[in-house]
Design a protein around this ligand. Structure first.
Ligand SMILES: O=C(O)C(=O)C[C@]1(C(=O)O)C=C[C@@H](O)C=C1
Length: 399
């Protein structure tokens, strides 16, 4: 996210102030050295996000969605009763076997899907795009959404990973390593921001604007052009809209979606206020179990690894893919919190401590492809740690 100073504004209630976030992370990822690669709401403005303290012991899913055991991998299944019957009949009118494709193309009927923020957040729209018939569950923090899946409170989480204007959402990269969830899909969403205010308030009355830090960064220039000087970061865009409405603020607007305007009964003072017309956020879909990778449609595989100290180590790591003509779509480096330093001898034979990193890489390849499996086996020979985060269909839809 673009760096930005967000002066504290006196009008925010204490709870909201404490919820102000930055994208810097405090997570402690726990990759163990030389670990082997595993293949591995209905919208209601009053629904409060799940607090971070929501914990429940693991229990079987109780939402009517079963699971199938296929080649040892449990994959989520569609609720069969709701599937259109003709699709499950062969030309003789007999039922045809359910395939893994059927399982993966689930519309989300009966699924509970966690997202971060209040109803009306872009993340909720992404969850609905990913699982059109799901029940969305708002969560206070990213961390809460991860926990909610892990503790069987919900079936999936849909969380942002990167944005075309603001860049990566580092916190979610770090959280991937703190949990044992799998990426089972991705979804891209066009984010069109609006400037919202209470009825009767005009742009010239606004002295402050509140929103999610990414949203504020995405609208930075436009907000300045509109003459609004002060920004305040809060947990999510819809939460900002809710706050403006509930506090009946007259000098403060919110950057949020048109759906948030509708839900919290605010006026839209300006539309499409992001600095660039194209503003797309990519979200990951997370589940407790991996899906079965395929080769008959575009797939991506997300991995994370760390390397020894030495010249050309990263070059060598990326070469395992280049040599097999596997395209990389993204690379991100994050601090290796469990092993923050690597010791090296420099050219003067002095021992120096360099920061150590984890590399998150997205491959344009399926884990079902032997080429990908060979590349990862090759990487494992010299990586100090590696893990497959998921192999999932590429989102080829319009954002
Ligand atoms: O605050 C929201 O509405 C969100 O869904 C969060 C979020 C983000 O984390 O980047 C999602 C998409 C937009 O890029 C802005 C904010």
């Amino acid at each position: 996210m673009a760096s930005m100073t967000t002066p504290r504004l006196p009008f925010l209630p204490a709870r909201t102030r404490s919820a102000v976030t930055t994208s810097s992370s405090s997570s402690s990822s726990s990759p163990s050295p030389r670990r082997s690669i595993k293949c591995s709401s209905s919208t209601n403005a009053n629904s409060a996000p799940l607090p971070s303290t929501s914990r429940r012991p693991p229990a079987p899913v109780a939402d009517g969605v079963g699971s199938a055991d296929l080649n040892g991998l449990r994959a989520p299944s569609v609720p069969v009763a709701d599937s259109p019957l003709p699709a499950y009949r062969d030309p003789h009118g007999l039922p045809r076997p359910l395939t893994s494709a059927d399982l993966m193309e689930s519309s989300g009927e009966g699924l509970k899907v966690a997202y971060q923020g209040f109803p009306g957040a872009y993340s909720e729209a992404a969850a609905k795009k990913a699982y059109p018939n799901c029940q969305t569950v708002p969560c206070e923090h990213f961390d809460t959404a991860f926990q909610a899946v892990q503790n069987w409170i919900v079936d999936r989480a849909v969380l942002p990973l990167e944005n075309t204007l603001g860049g990566s959402i580092h916190r979610n990269y770090d959280l991937l390593l703190r949990h044992e969830l799998h990426i089972v899909g991705e979804v891209r969403l066009a984010v069109r921001h609006c400037l919202l205010a209470n009825r009767g308030v005009k742009i010239e009355n606004l002295r402050n604007v509140i929103s999610h830090p990414q949203a504020l960064a995405q609208c930075e220039h436009t907000l300045t052009e509109l003459g609004i000087e002060h920004r305040q970061a809060v947990d999510d865009t819809a939460g900002a809209a809710k706050l403006v409405a509930e506090q009946m603020l007259q000098d403060t607007g919110a950057v949020a979606s048109s759906l948030a305007a509708e839900l919290y009964e605010l006026d839209i003072l300006a539309e499409n206020i992001q600095d660039e017309k194209v503003n797309v956020t990519r979200f990951m879909m997370l589940a407790r179990e991996p899906i079965i990778p395929r080769v008959d449609k575009p797939f991506k595989t997300s991995i994370v690894f760390s390397l020894e100290e030495g010249p050309g180590q990263l070059f060598k790591a990326l070469a395992v893919f280049a040599l097999r003509e596997i395209n990389l779509t993204k690379i991100e480096s994050r601090p290796h919190k469990k092993r923050p330093f690597r010791v090296a001898d420099d050219t003067f034979s002095t021992r120096v401590k360099y920061f150590d990193y984890l590399f998150y890489v997205d491959l344009e390849a399926s884990m079902a492809d032997p080429k990908t499996q060979n590349a990862l086996r090759n990487l494992e020979e010299f990586a100090t740690f590696s893990r497959v985060l998921g192999s999932y269909p590429t989102d080829v839809s319009e954002a």
